[in-house]
Design a protein around this ligand. Structure first.
Ligand SMILES: [Zn+2]
Length: 78
């Protein structure tokens, strides 16, 4: 598998292939949206993992599209 972040590779060592696929799927459905330009990116694409999680959370980060730093809401796409 290519294109994994080091955090994702690290977790992959400890879970089964099946669990890892489920983790990827769920992480891809969690999105952070820039309030400025509405650019959206999934937690997975950021190199992170969000699994068996509920509720929204806030993430302070720079938008890869407009470069503006802000608090972005991370939410699960229906
Ligand atoms: Zn932006």
């Amino acid at each position: 598998m290519n294109g994994l972040s080091s955090a994702q590779k690290f977790i992959k060592m400890f879970v089964s292939e099946k669990t890892f696929v489920a983790m990827e799927e769920e992480s891809r459905s969690w999105k952070a949206k820039c309030s400025d330009c509405n650019h959206e990116i999934s937690i997975w694409e950021m190199g992170g993992i969000r699994y068996k999680a509920a509720g929204n959370k806030k993430l302070f980060r720079a938008c890869p599209n407009c470069g503006k730093r802000s608090w972005q809401t991370v939410y699960k796409q229906a």
